[in-house]
Design a protein around this ligand. Structure first.
Ligand code: NAD
Ligand code: MLT
Length: 318
């Protein structure tokens, strides 16, 4: 059964292919970015669907103030910027596009692991500043090192497959993946206490949920090999940023590459201190920022909205 979906607001930068497909299906689309909370509420008065990326925070008070809203769509994977519980209570459907950006997030993770091993960003910065510091930026080979992948879902397993090509031993943990299933994709499943002392690199690929908040913390960093390197292209908060900074300062952690933050964009001075640490590679949530991923998630979101508004009709142009 179709639900009434005639007007749609896109409130974050989503590839134009999304709006174009929706318009071709006869739906009315408004695209407005960087709205204040008041402006967002005003824009939501007459729309049945809202499409966001990660900038718009779809809190319970926003949902309560949107009388006609029936659908919230996230052009991406994580729905942690949407109050799903409040939406469900109000009968609002929450959609996402899992998988549309997995390869892009995986490739950024692999790039960051290689960049950490070979001091790519610091060597580049130093040369741009006029220094020729070859000795200072001596790196290490990845071949023969152990990579721990925490979260063996869509992205984690793609990272494992690619880093195996560098000759790394891959160990991993995921509560719903059996040792046999992990072994079938070349990963040695271990429990977390076994992982900390063997990993040279740890990369996290879980959702941010109570069980994964501060998964990498003071205590777990203390259990790791001295000089362990940490990568987070999943969600800010899975790695405890203050504990990580302390471990970087005293050498327990040998480097970190972070794409996601507990504050996006970061505002606090203490967080900027971490970003500026010489052994930190910091990117502004770029995991899904490729032409291919953005087109893919935009098309997938439009297809889902059209199939709710006009079930059974062919998707125009797809
Ligand atoms: P997924 O759902 O396919 O995989 C997540 C895996 O984590 C699941 O297999 C789950 O069982 C596992 N998991 C849950 N709790 C765990 C725990 N306590 N310990 C270990 N594993 C646990 O998700 P995905 O598509 O691979 O995405 C992974 C993360 O990457 C998500 O947080 C997602 O929002 C994020 N992401 C970030 C970007 C970016 O731009 N940086 C892009 C895409 C996705
Ligand atoms: C996601 O969960 O899909 C990512 O955070 C990517 C995005 O920025 O949309």
């Amino acid at each position: 059964m179709a639900i009434t979906l005639e007007r749609i607001l896109i409130s974050d930068p989503v590839d134009d292919v999304c709006a174009n497909l929706l318009r071709s299906a006869g739906l009315e689309v408004r695209q407005k970015n960087k709205l204040t909370q008041e402006q967002l509420i005003q824009e939501l008065q007459d729309v049945e669907a809202l499409i966001v990326r990660s900038e718009t925070k779809v809190r319970a008070d926003i949902l309560a103030a949107a009388p006609k809203l029936r659908v919230v769509g996230r052009a991406g994977t994580g729905v942690d910027n949407i109050d799903v519980e409040a939406a469900t209570k109000k009968g609002i459907i929450v959609l996402n596009t899992p998988g549309g950006n997995s390869i892009s997030a995986c490739e950024l993770t692999c790039a960051l692991i290689v960049a950490l091993a070979r001091n790519v960003t610091s060597g580049c910065q130093s040369l741009k500043e006029g220094r020729w510091d070859r000795k200072l930026y001596t790196g290490e080979e990845l071949s023969g090192k152990t990579l721990a992948v925490l979260g063996l879902g869509r992205i984690g397993r793609e990272v494992a497959a690619r880093m195996k090509g560098f000759g790394m031993r891959i160990v991993g943990f995921d509560p719903i993946v059996t040792a046999e299933a992990a072994a079938a994709i070349g990963i040695e499943k271990m429990d977390l206490p076994q992982i900390w002392p063997v990993a040279d690199y740890v990369t996290v690929h879980t959702p941010l949920i109570p069980q994964t908040k501060n998964l990498i913390n003071e205590d777990t960093l203390n259990k790791c090999k001295p000089g362990v390197k940490i990568v987070n292209v999943a969600r800010g908060g899975i790695v405890d940023e203050k504990a990580l900074h302390a471990a970087l300062k005293d050498g327990r952690c040998g480097g970190a590459a972070l794409d996601v933050w507990t504050e996006e964009p970061p505002k606090s001075e203490w967080l900027y201190d971490l970003i500026k640490h010489p052994k930190v590679i910091a990117t502004p949530h770029l995991g899904a920022s490729t032409v291919e991923a953005q087109k893919r998630v935009a098309v997938e979101m439009a297809e889902q909205i059209i199939s709710l508004a006009k079930p059974g009709e062919a998707i125009p142009g797809v």
